[in-house]
Structure formats: C-alpha cells, structure tokens
Design a binder for this molecule. Structure first.
Ligand code: PLP
Length: 371
C-alpha cells in the first residue's frame, strides 16, 4: 500500500485516544441507549437514539478517517444506497446504473424509484463511458463490479458526469477504503456494504455513505433520522472492532488472492479467469491506475453447474455461502442468484487462511473434478 494508506492504517487504532481523559477505557464502550439525560436546553447533546448515538459516531469517525470525508452509517449496504437515492432524487430525474453490478441495486430502483417517476437506465461497467451522461442527475458505478470484476475509469466518469451536471456515486464494497478511494478520483459519494470486508467476520450487516460535500451528507443524515433506518449500536460496535483489523485482513486477503489467481491460471479445469491483478486481465491497467491493491475476489468458470457445485462443496477450506469479504474463504455459483453468468461461473472470496494450505485445498478440489 502507499505511504499515505499506511499512515492512515497506523493512525486508525489511536483516533479515540486523542480525546481521552484519564481513566477512559482504551477500547470503545458500547452505548445501548434510546434516550439520554437531557435536562433543560437540548442542543449539542445526544437526546434520542434515532438521531445519533456515541457508538455510531465512533464508527463514523474511523470510516471518515479512512475516506477523508464525512461519513453516515446505515444498517446495511442497501440502506446506505437507498438513502442516497431517496434523499437526493426527485420525480423526473434520470439515473444510470451498472448493468452488471449488485442485482439488488437495480431491482430496488426498478421497484421503488420508477413508480415515483424516477427513470433508470443501465450500462455495462466495462463500457460505462460510452454514450456520455447527458440528461442524468445521478450516475452510479460499482468498480470492480460484482461478480464479473470489470472496472471503469472513475476519474473519467466523474469528469464526464460533472460536465453534464450529474453527481457520481461509487459503490466501493469490493475494495474497501484501503483498496480504493473513489472520492480522490472525483466521485461525489461513496457507498459501501460494510457487511463484507469492512466488518469482515460475517456476523453483521452494515453500510456507510461517505462524501466531502456537506449538503449531500446533511441530506442523507436527515433521511436516516426521518425514515428511521438506523444501525443498532451493537452492530456499530462490532464494525468498529472489525475496522481495527481491516488493514491486516485486507492485506492478507489481497496477497493470497494474487498468489491463487496466478496458480488458477495454470489449472486445466479453469476457464474465463478474472482477477484485476493478472497481467492481461481486461481490468489490469485501470486497476493499476486507481486501486491500491487488486482485491480479494476472483472469478472463473468451470465446465458445468455440477462441476462448480462439486468444486465449492468438496473443498474443505471453502465455505459454500453467498456474500464475500469474510475471514473465511467462501465461494458461490452466481447463476444460482440470477446473475447473467454461465452456470459454471464461480465467485471466490479469498479469506485469511494461510495461502499455501488454502491453495492446496483449492487445487485438490479442482483436481478431483476429473476430466
Ligand atoms: C457490491 C454490493 N453493494 C451492495 C450490497 C448490499 O449490501 P447489504 O447486503 O449489506 O445490504 C452488496 C451485497 O452483496 C454488494 O455486493
């Protein structure tokens, strides 16, 4: 990682101590409270749990430090994405979404934005710039896209979107702020499903919105308080704890993914291998330009649905599970979830296991598939 990313990582665990009074607990206390002591004037203090909570603030402080932005936390990635849409869009607006990103973002727009008179179009990530952005108020990209790992040029999309008066939202779930910082490339808003690598232990759903424009952040914060889609303090506490090890986990996961992708390339059973870190991958050059690391997701195709299921289910170091970014390596045959991919398409999320043991297990499971 770059020097600046390392210095952000080094500071992370000591952010709280800057405001310590003698005797304060070093780890973050969990504040489970819906009401607070508020005699007399109520300004500048916590009053009611739907508006704010000290444990949210702590997690938002850390995320804001990593994003170099203001941050608002949400109970899931979809809650963060929908807060952006519903707080910022109005009837008559047009939105452009990735055709190949997380399916629920498109489904939510189709089911809930369209009836309000907000039009949505879609476009493949790899050719996202083609056609320009005239007539759009909000342009949304997911890069690398889940599950095919295509990439678009964030700076170029931001510039072209801004020329047409649109704002750019980037779903940074697959990279985390340690892998990519879209706001540095001109994006207006980052959304993230912290359910994945940011929390990293597969025990919580969480999300955040980050931005450097105070009006946008105020709008999203107001939406959260009015609608009541707020994170639980305990979930925020767990995510804060996850953040303390994010850099270590992310580093191990990305390094292991680089090793495993190189070896999968040589395996006879594997076709259609995609990993932005591989020389020759269609995403490689852009990945080098805008990502700190190449991520922990790898995708590839096996000969049939049965072979993909057998590979996943018979590998003792792979959990057969949806989602990604956890400490446990996991994989899923994405056609099962309705993604437009072939039946043998596998998305592999590389976890924190020691890489040689992990590779041996993966190789054995591939070898066992037979000819
Ligand atoms: C890229 C991406 N964005 C958003 C989400 C939604 O996150 P959540 O499940 O926390 O609502 C997901 C979930 O898989 C995702 O993969």
């Amino acid at each position: 990682m770059s020097e600046t990313a390392n210095s952000r990582a080094a500071e992370l665990s000591h952010l709280r101590s800057r405001d310590f009074a003698s005797g304060d607990p070093i780890p973050l206390p969990l504040t489970m409270a819906s009401i607070f002591h508020t005699p007399g004037v109520e300004t500048g203090v916590d009053q009611y749990g739907r508006y704010d909570n000290p444990t949210w603030r702590a997690v938002e402080h850390v995320l804001g430090h990593l994003e170099d932005a203001q941050c608002v936390s949400f109970p899931s990635g979809m809650a963060a994405i929908s807060a952006v849409f519903f707080a910022l869009l109005k009837s008559g607006d047009r939105v452009l979404l990735p055709a190949d990103g997380y399916h629920a973002t498109r489904a939510m727009a189709e089911r809930f934005l369209k009836p309000l008179g907000i039009t949505t179009d879609t476009r493949p990530t790899q050719t996202f710039l083609d056609g320009g952005f005239e007539g759009y108020q909000l342009v949304f990209v997911e890069t690398p896209s889940n599950p095919r790992l295509d990439i678009c040029d964030i700076s170029a999309v931001a510039k072209a979107a801004h020329e047409q008066g649109a704002i750019l939202v980037v779903d940074n779930t697959t990279m985390t702020p340690f892998g990519q910082r879209p706001l540095d490339f001109g994006a207006d808003i980052v959304v993230s499903a912290d359910t994945k690598a940011v929390n990293g232990h597969s025990d919580v759903l969480f999300g955040h919105v980050a931005g450097r424009n105070a009006d946008i952040i105020a709008g999203v914060t107001d939406w959260r308080a009015m609608v009541g889609g707020i994170p639980g303090p305990f979930e925020a506490w767990l995510v804060h704890r996850g953040l303390e090890t994010l850099e270590v986990r992310f580093d191990r996961m990305c390094s292991s993914a680089e090793t495993i992708a190189q070896r999968l390339k040589e395996h006879h059973a594997v076709r259609g291998l995609r990993f932005p870190g591989l020389d020759g991958d269609p995403s490689h050059n852009l990945a080098r330009a805008q990502m700190e690391r190449f991520g922990f997701l790898i995708s590839f195709v096996l000969d049939s649905e049965n072979k993909a299921e057998d590979f996943i289910n018979n590998c003792h170091l792979i959990e057969a599970a949806t989602s990604f970014g956890g400490v446990h390596t996991s994989a899923e045959r994405r056609a099962k979830r309705g993604d437009a991919v072939s039946p043998g398409f596998v998305r592999l999320s590389v976890g924190c296991e020691p890489v040689e043991e992990l590779w041996q297990a993966i190789e054995a499971s591939l070898d066992n598939l037979g000819a």
